[in-house]
Design a protein around this ligand. Structure first.
Ligand SMILES: [Zn+2]
Length: 231
């Protein structure tokens, strides 16, 4: 039987929004069909452009770089934490904080995977991916530092979200908020940002892949995040 694979990645094109102050995606022809009889493009992309992974060296001196993170962490069972109206009494508002109360109901499920030796991939579904490439994508909900600390204390090693960041995103780079990044990456764990389509894997048991490019010494990498049903 053919495996159903769900795409959890945002598209990379000229309209892909960059985190404030970060680099944009671009591509141009390197070899063309008309001139060379073959098509090859040259792309320019940041390590944190589009759907991507942050690894410890992003914020931690001597932290692991992309090629040093175990692939066995990056393919694992999904725990989708529903923060939309269906999972709470109302939708998250702009710049609303995601707290411990939002995460606690998923504690036993997360622990069950960890106790059985698996690395659950915890995915925060805020629903904010619908604002991708609009100005409303910036004032997204974000995780309270004590909630992030609880996740890493429980043993979570991969935390994903369907926004720019699990920290608050501000436009002025002198005010960058990084507390959650420092807690998660400081624990040796990784963060996945700009996910989409998490509603499609809310029900049932899914395996998620957030595997990066094998970039030597990199602090992050674009990924093609996807999921398939757990057997
Ligand atoms: Zn990043």
């Amino acid at each position: 039987m053919k495996t159903e694979v769900v795409d959890l990645s945002q598209i990379l094109n000229k309209d892909t929004p960059a985190y404030p102050g970060d680099t944009c995606f671009s591509s141009c022809p390197h070899l063309t069909f008309s001139e060379h009889g073959v098509r090859v493009q040259k792309i320019s992309i940041g390590t944190h452009t589009g759907t991507h992974i942050d690894v410890p060296s992003h914020f931690i001196d001597e932290g692991k770089t992309v090629e040093q993170v175990s692939l066995s962490w990056l393919v694992g069972p999904a725990v989708v934490i529903d923060l939309t109206q269906t999972g709470r009494d109302k939708d998250l508002q702009k710049r609303e904080t995601i707290g411990l109360d939002d995460l606690k109901p998923y504690e036993s499920r997360i622990k069950r995977y960890i106790d059985s030796g698996e690395t659950p991939i915890v995915l925060l579904r805020t629903g904010w991916s619908k604002y991708w490439a609009t100005e409303d994508y910036i004032p997204h909900p974000f995780v309270a530092p004590h909630a992030a600390q609880w996740l890493v204390d429980v043993g979570v090693r991969v935390l994903g979200i369907d926004t720019f960041s699990p920290d608050e995103t501000v436009v002025d780079s002198s005010d960058f908020v990084t507390a959650v990044h420092k807690i998660v990456l400081g624990a040796g764990a990784v963060i996945v940002e700009n996910l989409t389509n998490l509603a499609a894997i809310q029900e049932g048991e899914w395996v998620v892949s957030v595997v990066p490019l094998k970039l030597e010494g990199a602090d992050g990498s674009p990924i093609r995040a996807c999921a398939w049903r757990k057997e």
